[in-house]
Design a protein around this ligand. Structure first.
Ligand SMILES: C[S@@+](CC[C@H](N)C(=O)[O-])C[C@H]1O[C@@H](n2cnc3c(N)ncnc32)[C@H](O)[C@@H]1O
Length: 270
């Protein structure tokens, strides 16, 4: 496949991160799974594709809804994890914007926090449309421009420890890019040929043990995690100290941190 520099950088970020992701940010991304399944009308017997499955939260939920589930991810480590965790699903390595399915294979196509990670978002959206059957549904979630306070915790800790910001990812070509707003995501899906597209902002509070949250960053997940994991132990310890100080005011009596998050959720029909 013809990968862009952005895609190559993404592959390096996700390479071998399944265990660290499962321990940490998978729980965060799971918040939108029920709404995504609802928006795509997933039910018994529906042919469902979970694109960018990660550690399989969407695929598992769709199987519990008695759908017939396929799942793909660009990262082999993720597909190994999901194949073991969700044995009922057909799990394969595949990367947007090229999916190994014939036109119109699925009744519901889902991508939970994946479109932020593709180098050619418009081509990716067109590919989601291609594999969606007549009368099928698409539902996607992604991080938008609006951020909740919980979304900057690791970045703030890195800055406070004097580490600077992670290197910016290579740019996405302007003709492929889209605004990370309700209107921008709706236009992305409409432009790909979906109809009746709606996109809404969803806000939620992620309650998490700070140890689990830190495990994602220390385990190298995401650009901030990759930056932290590449440091010598004394620098990692310094970031951890800043993280502990920043998370302290967010802790409840039960020891869990409350981290506000904001995401976009869009759906439409083929
Ligand atoms: C934030 S995780 C979301 C995982 C999962 N959907 C969930 O809800 O937990 C993003 C996932 O997208 C995958 N990914 C990144 N680029 C991709 C691409 N071009 N095609 C398919 N998957 C991709 C990553 O490997 C990673 O597993």
């Amino acid at each position: 496949m013809n990968m862009t520099p952005f895609d190559e950088a993404e592959r390096r970020i996700w390479d071998g991160r399944a265990a660290a992701y499962a321990r940490s940010f998978a729980g965060l991304c799971a918040h939108t799974v029920p709404a995504l399944l609802d928006a795509a009308g997933v039910g018994p017997g529906a042919r469902v594709l979970d694109v960018g499955t990660g550690t399989g939260a969407v695929a598992a939920a769709a199987c519990r809804a008695r759908a017939i589930v396929s799942a793909v991810d660009a990262e082999p480590d993720m597909t190994l994890w999901t194949a073991e965790a969700v044995p009922e699903a057909d799990v394969r390595v595949a990367a947007l914007p090229e999916l190994p399915f014939v036109d119109g294979t699925f009744d519901a196509v889902l991508a939970n926090f994946v479109l932020n990670h593709v180098g050619r978002p418009r081509a990716a959206a067109a590919e989601l449309r291609r594999v969606t059957g007549d009368c099928g549904r698409v539902a996607v979630s992604l991080w938008g421009d609006e951020r909740g306070a919980g979304q900057s915790l690791a970045r703030q800790a890195v800055a406070a420890a004097g580490l600077g910001l992670p290197p910016a990812l290579p740019p996405i070509a302007p003709e492929e890019d889209f605004p990370l707003t309700e209107e921008g995501v709706a236009a992305l899906l409409s432009g790909a040929g979906f109809t009746g597209v709606v996109c809404e902002t969803v806000r939620f509070e992620h309650r998490v043990d700070p140890e689990r949250w830190w495990a994602g960053t220390a385990g190298g997940v995401g650009p901030v995690g990759a930056l932290v994991a590449a440091q010598p132990q004394d620098v990692i310890d310094a970031v951890r100290k800043e993280f502990d100080a920043l998370v302290q005011p967010l802790l409840g009596d039960d020891g869990l941190a409350t981290l506000p998050h904001v995401a976009l959720l869009a759906s439409g029909s083929a």
